[in-house]
Ligand binder design. Structure first.
Ligand code: ATP
Ligand code: MG
Length: 399
């Protein structure tokens, strides 16, 4: 059996081999291929050093040169090509400062985290599986390469990664691996929050989130992470996949009086904004009582994000977060209201601040913003049509 993504990348392996280097597909793509799952990106491991990779290929990007990773641009796609490497001393339970480039595949796969991620495959689909990764995949077991306690002691992120794979794949954790996770969990306090967040995002979206989240709770993993350590996670129940942003909003709403600061998670401004919006939506849901409030609610937040929140209604309920009568707010009422709104944003209002100043001949001030809001409300309530001559008349009688 072949796979189009591997076939597309094959000339890269051929090219390396024609220069007498070894080259293999490795990591997630090989794991997913063996599992018959769709493959998203291909990692290549090779005996060629970064200099040698750069001299062989026309177009390269040195994205992680110091640890051996060069991106090869080939037919419009980028492929991560990483030199076989072994790792030096681990300090502080984080990735080592030193890496050694080596010339054999075994050394390279030996430093990888789990047996299922340590399988290499050549361009003829020949598998090199030194740690029985295929058997573990068949048995649906997550097991570290080598002694779990040592491997987690070296890099505590592997604990979170293991739980992330459990959530994504629905595999069981091997008993020794599980016990070592529990034993080393406090070491995750040495990790950078950025690395943790990358894994948590994938973990929260996994189909087997329930098991994985319960393990995080059992290990008290969150108490060693910035931001999350301020919450009582024993009060949180997660049984359905959700984006990390929604999970964070849920924590904030359920436990509003913590000293936690979203900025400690070092997520993007766009993500922070989204989290705050989700918090507002969740908090406003129970306040909607009248038809007009429902219209304004849909107008203010937009259909998409409200429907997103509603898809977690069960989770809100089991976490004792106030919701609303399903007769007032449900996905059908939201869609219907959205269809009938006369305007969808301030941009669509047929009068602007400048027009209002001209009509009223008053100096600008905070009243202007309040007036614009009142106009939006009046349009949505159907008290005035969104048509400039009528809006001017409305301003003249109301301001
Ligand atoms: P995904 O399908 O989500 O990309 P992946 O297994 O490819 O999963 P990556 O984070 O892309 O995961 O890492 C690529 C490979 O690098 C892994 O399969 C594993 O072999 C190795 N690896 C990544 N992080 C670590 C780590 N902290 N310790 C040891 N090996 C690691
Ligand atoms: Mg990957």
């Amino acid at each position: 059996m072949t796979n189009t993504l591997f076939e597309k990348a094959k000339p890269i392996l051929e090219n390396l081999q024609s220069h007498s280097f070894q080259a293999y597909y490795v990591g997630g793509s090989v794991r997913d291929y063996i599992m018959n799952k769709s493959i998203h990106d291909i990692d290549i491991t090779t005996s060629a050093t970064p200099d040698e990779i750069e001299s062989i290929f026309e177009k390269t990007i040195p994205i992680g040169r110091e640890h051996g990773t060069i991106n090869v641009v080939y037919q419009g796609e980028q492929y991560e090509v990483t030199t076989f490497r072994a790792e030096g001393e681990y300090i502080d339970h984080r990735r080592p400062n030193e890496v050694y480039f080596v010339r054999n595949l075994f050394e390279d796969v030996k430093r990888r985290d789990f047996t299922m991620n340590a399988i290499a495959m050549d361009m003829h689909y020949q598998i090199h599986d030194y740690f029985n990764g295929q058997q573990d995949i068949a048995d649906k077991v997550i097991r570290t390469v080598g002694d779990p306690s040592e491997r987690f002691n070296e890099d505590a992120l592997r604990i979170i990664r293991g739980l992330r794979f459990q959530s994504q794949l629905g595999f069981q954790l091997d008993t020794d691996t599980f016990n070592a996770m529990e034993q080393h969990i406090s070491d995750i306090s040495h990790l950078s929050i950025e690395r943790i967040v990358v894994e948590l995002k994938k973990l929260m979206l996994g189909n087997a989130i329930k098991q994985s989240f319960n393990n995080l709770k059992q290990f008290q993993a969150f108490s060693y992470m910035p931001f999350f350590k301020h919450f009582d996670l024993s009060k949180i129940i997660i049984e359905q996949p959700m984006p990390l942003t929604v999970f964070i909003a849920l924590l904030k709403v359920q436990q509003p009086n913590t000293t936690s600061n979203i900025s400690d998670l070092k997520m993007s401004n766009q993500e922070k904004k989204y989290i705050n919006k989700i918090i507002e939506i969740i908090e406003d849901i129970p306040k909607v009582q009248t038809k007009l409030q429902l219209k304004l609610f849909v107008y203010d937040y937009g259909k998409e994000d409200i429907l997103e929140v509603l898809s977690y209604a069960d989770t809100l309920k089991v976490n004792n977060i106030a919701t609303n009568s399903p007769f007032i707010i449900n996905s059908r009422t939201i869609v219907e209201v959205a269809q009938t709104l006369p305007i969808h944003s301030r941009k669509e209002v047929d009068i602007n601040g400048k027009d209002i100043l001209t009509v009223t001949d008053k100096p600008s001030g905070p009243w202007l913003k309040a007036t614009l809001r009142e106009i939006e409300r009046a349009i949505i309530a159907g008290e005035v049509n969104n048509y400039q001559p009528e809006l001017i008349k409305w301003v003249k009688t109301h301001v």
